[in-house]
Design a protein around this ligand. Structure first.
Ligand SMILES: CC(C)(COP(=O)(O)OP(=O)(O)OC[C@H]1O[C@@H](n2cnc3c(N)ncnc32)[C@H](O)[C@@H]1OP(=O)(O)O)[C@@H](O)C(=O)NCCC(=O)NCCS
Length: 159
């Protein structure tokens, strides 16, 4: 069944589904939710709305570098990328696979697809980051060839 999954270019009709997958997938692994859990709400926006807005930004910034995994017309996951031409560096801001399709190697395929796109685009370095709470990311990214470089601590306060 894995062979029936294709990875294709994003098109704007996919956006609503990518945002739906995002808000369903990122609970427990996104800074947006962690800030809200720590500080409580501070305006009318929820962490899900803020996180979904990241996908709007990604798709607007580099639509040609967003890829979608699909089986029989059903979107199962996606990856977004940015290209930094000046520094020959590609970045993967967001990646998600629907719960029912995890563990099939789709996350790995999407990452490999993004890395191939970076190479074709002349990038010399690829970057991705994950929260310390994200055990899957910390297993998957090194196994795709990424090396851990640094850990960052996030702070926030209510004003
Ligand atoms: C991260 C994510 C995209 C991976 O998708 P996926 O299709 O399940 O990924 P794959 O099947 O290619 O690989 C998952 C790997 O993690 C491993 N894994 C699964 N659960 C794990 C856990 N709790 N701890 C460590 N590794 C785990 C799997 O064994 C597999 O590794 P393997 O190929 O060496 O066996 C998916 O889990 C997801 O959408 N998570 C929520 C959103 C998210 O965290 N996005 C990334 C933000 S940085």
């Amino acid at each position: 069944m894995n062979e029936n999954i294709v990875i294709r270019h994003y098109n704007p009709e996919d956006l609503a589904k990518l945002k739906e997958i995002t808000v369903d997938s990122f609970g427990g692994v996104t800074l947006e939710q962690m800030i809200e859990q720590k500080l409580g709400a501070w305006n009318e926006q929820t962490w899900k709305q803020r996180k979904a807005a990241h996908i709007d930004e990604d798709c607007a910034a580099n639509p040609a570098g967003v890829f979608v995994a699909e089986r029989g017309g059903e979107i199962l996951g996606y990856i977004t990328t940015r290209i930094d031409e000046a520094n020959a560096r590609g970045r993967i801001p967001n990646l998600a696979v629907v719960g029912a399709a995890r563990g099939l190697g789709l996350g790995r395929r999407l990452i490999q697809h993004a890395l191939d796109y970076f190479r074709r685009s002349g990038m010399k370095v690829a970057q991705i980051e994950t929260m310390a709470a994200n055990a899957i990311g910390q297993h998957l990214y090194p196994s795709c060839g990424f090396e851990e470089v640094a850990r960052q601590v996030h702070y926030a306060m209510k004003l």
